[in-house]
Design a protein around this ligand. Structure first.
Ligand SMILES: Cc1ncc(COP(=O)(O)O)c(C=O)c1O
Length: 415
């Protein structure tokens, strides 16, 4: 267990202890301390995750579910143990409801294809205006293939979902609402409980993209009463190449498989294939075995720190960032919803986001610039893109101070 994980729940996050858990934070960038403000794109990995990955390859590696020998059994136990860790992390009712995928994108595509194959021409899927492309394009592919209708719930200037307008889009042909939990470009937290309440009143299932949520706050899929919940390993301090689809058992059982191959079958003849039980029906081919093991180590790490405590720490950093950035009269915040997590997006007058990002980088401050895979949102806000600082457990007020100092240089150059 990490040093930081030993803290008791009534104490705030011990930032210095957390930072010691992340070896990459020792790297120097152009001679500066690394101020990593791009965890929304991909988070850094704690030593516990690095150790779990190395340990699995050194001591427990073989293919899973197939070997009669001890090493394969050991790998299978770790892989299936990881599934249980995920189940507990999101409080799913059963391990069968946890499907490992390659990332969030693949999980969203799985539902768009498998659930989508049960939809008929003219059936409707509702998304919001602040989705990541991975919760837009799979539905457009389905629209082009199967004639479904894609409806988009609007947002206001602050980046707050218009719940009344969303409700107005729901009708007898609505077959699914697929919506983000936290908007990646703005940080808006969507009130999923309210979305679910209006969906359930009409018998409409709900899928939530939690790619920007699970690393910031406790998530309980049963309390939320969602039908599908998706997240991606690399944003929650785990490795890349591993993602999760939670699906309510009744839903997953109804859905046909999406990808066919090894492991997802019980028997195959040239005439007929009998599909495997859940969750394997949706896990064709050799899975990312060590990715799942690394993800479990990441979730254990996050659980050890305490998600309430992480949320409280990050809320403080976010509020501080909003206050400090307020001192620039040439800076425009993009995304001012009252309920936000982990993200500050902004524009500097007269400076292209790419130039801002480059100047910040020379000072050791890593941010993301561009459209953040949310081009329809950028179009809605009539901007080409933003500079986005996104926070993780290892960020503190000193990182915000470093950002502010670096932005002062930008102001000097472009002011
Ligand atoms: C809200 C949201 N959904 C989905 C994704 C896609 O994640 P991945 O690229 O790991 O599939 C991202 C990544 O930026 C995201 O922010």
């Amino acid at each position: 267990m990490s040093e930081a994980a030993n803290l008791t729940t009534d104490r705030p996050l011990d930032l210095e202890a957390v930072r010691r858990d992340f070896p990459i934070l020792q790297e120097r960038i152009y001679g500066n301390r690394l101020v990593f403000l791009d965890s929304g794109a991909s988070a850094q990995k704690p030593q516990a995750v690095l150790d779990a990955i190395r340990d699995a390859y050194e001591h427990s590696y073989a293919n899973v579910h197939r070997g009669v020998y001890q090493l394969s059994q050991k790998a299978t136990d770790l892989y299936e143990g990881a599934r249980e860790t995920v189940r507990a992390f999101i409080n799913a009712g059963a391990v069968e409801e946890v499907i490992f995928t390659g990332n969030a994108t693949q999980a969203l595509n799985l539902v768009a294809n498998a659930f989508g194959s049960m939809l008929e021409r003219g059936d409707e899927v509702v998304i919001s205006h602040m989705e990541h492309h991975s919760n837009i394009v799979p539905w457009q592919l389905l629209r082009d293939r199967a004639g479904i209708v894609l409806k988009v719930a609007p947002i206001d200037e602050r980046g707050v979902l218009d719940l009344d307008a969303l409700e107005g889009l729901l009708g007898p042909r609505t077959k699914l609402i697929s919506i983000t939990h936290v908007a990646n470009a703005l940080g808006t937290i969507v009130p999923i409980e309210k979305v679910v309440a209006m969906a359930k009143a009409r018998g409409i299932p709900v899928m939530v993209d939690g790619s920007q949520a699970v690393q910031h706050m406790p998530v309980d899929v049963r309390a939320l009463d969602v039908d599908f919940y998706v997240f991606t390993g690399h944003k929650v301090y785990g490795p890349s190449g591993i993602g999760v689809l939670y699906g309510r058992k009744e839903m997953l059982e109804k859905m046909p498989p999406w990808i066919g191959g090894g492991d997802m079958i019980l028997s195959v003849t040239f005439d007929e294939t009998v599909y495997n039980d859940l969750p394997y029906k949706f896990e064709a081919g050799t899975p990312n075995i060590v990715g799942a093991i690394g993800l479990a180590a990441a979730l254990d790490y996050v659980t050890g720190l305490g998600r309430e405590r992480i949320a409280a720490h990050e809320a403080d950093v976010l509020a501080y960032a909003h206050r400090q950035l307020g001192q620039f009269n040439n800076l425009r915040l993009i995304g001012t919803a009252p309920d936000k997590a982990g993200v500050v997006s902004f524009l500097m007058e007269g400076a292209h986001p790419h130039d801002v990002g480059t100047i910040l980088d020379r000072q050791g401050v890593a941010v993301r610039v561009g459209h953040h895979c949310a081009q329809p949102l950028m179009e809605r806000l009539e901007i080409p893109g933003t500079v986005r600082a996104s926070f993780g457990v290892y960020n503190g007020r000193d990182d915000v101070d470093a950002l502010v100092a670096a932005l002062a240089k930008v102001s000097e150059i472009f002011g």
